[in-house]
Design a protein around this ligand. Structure first.
Ligand SMILES: C[S@@+](CC[C@H](N)C(=O)[O-])C[C@H]1O[C@@H](n2cnc3c(N)ncnc32)[C@H](O)[C@@H]1O
Length: 226
């Protein structure tokens, strides 16, 4: 199944808002770290419901916030959640960004990068469109060290790339992005039941759930354009 077919189906079933609710726990911390200044142009790769663009416009006074998503239904839903004319949603593949070279101040992506058929091409594109000193805050929950994520590729019919932290850093550098920082943002909001309630439908042990959310959380790699 293509990425757009898979996520059109998710959007039609309202799962875009469900993802927003779950991802917001850690995404909001990543968004708050972005050095966005008033008037900046920001771009969200794989924007889903579009919460990142809305948040950067509202909280950091971004001048223009764009989201790009392969799924027309996701982009349509995202458009319906805002009436801000400076927040726009494009349909397209983030391996081919429809922006001129050196025109974007900061890029963000949450739980989308690893769906790229060629992740290196995405990084090349990000490095091309970013202005000097611009950043790419790339956040993923599906990554090698997070052993609890390894079976997720069985849940979707789209190929996924599972890199480790060092592989992210190496790929960023290969694309010409300096790695400013890489760390894990824990999800402190998801409710973890008491030990007596395990196993649950999703978790064998409480320890495993604690490790997944409170320790591994979201892997964030921040690249800076030279
Ligand atoms: C798991 S959702 C995450 C959405 C949102 N970032 C969030 O945090 O809730 C992944 C999104 O990335 C989009 N996507 C995946 N591969 C893509 C690609 N190559 N180009 C553009 N969008 C893509 C999907 O259509 C989907 O909306």
């Amino acid at each position: 199944m293509s990425v757009s077919d898979e996520f059109d189906d998710w959007a039609a079933r309202g799962k875009d808002r469900g993802m927003e609710d779950r991802h917001w726990h850690t995404a909001k911390h990543v968004l708050a770290r972005m050095p966005v200044e008033a008037g900046d142009t920001v771009l969200d790769l794989g924007s889903g419901s579009g919460y990142a663009g809305r948040a950067l416009k509202e909280t950091a006074d971004a001048g223009r916030a764009y989201g790009i998503d392969a799924s027309p239904a996701m982009a349509a839903n995202a458009r319906s959640y805002t009436d801000d004319g400076d927040v726009g949603f494009l349909v397209g593949d983030f391996e081919h960004l429809p922006f001129e070279t050196d025109t974007v101040d900061h890029c963000f992506s949450m739980e989308a990068f690893y769906y790229a058929s060629d992740p290196h091409a995405v990084l090349d594109e990000v490095a091309r469109v970013l202005r000097p000193g611009g950043t790419f805050h790339c956040a993923v929950n599906y990554y090698e060290e997070n052993v609890h994520s390894h079976a997720w590729d069985e849940l979707v019919e789209v190929p996924m790339t599972r890199w480790s932290g060092p592989e992210y850093r190496e790929a960023f550098r290969e694309a010409g992005l300096a790695v400013a920082v890489q760390d894990n943002v824990p999800d402190r909001e998801i409710e973890i039941p008491p030990a007596s309630e395990f196993p649950t439908e999703d978790w064998e042990t409480r320890e495993a759930m604690v490790e997944r959310y409170r320790e591994f959380g979201t892997l964030v790699t921040v690249g800076v354009a030279p």
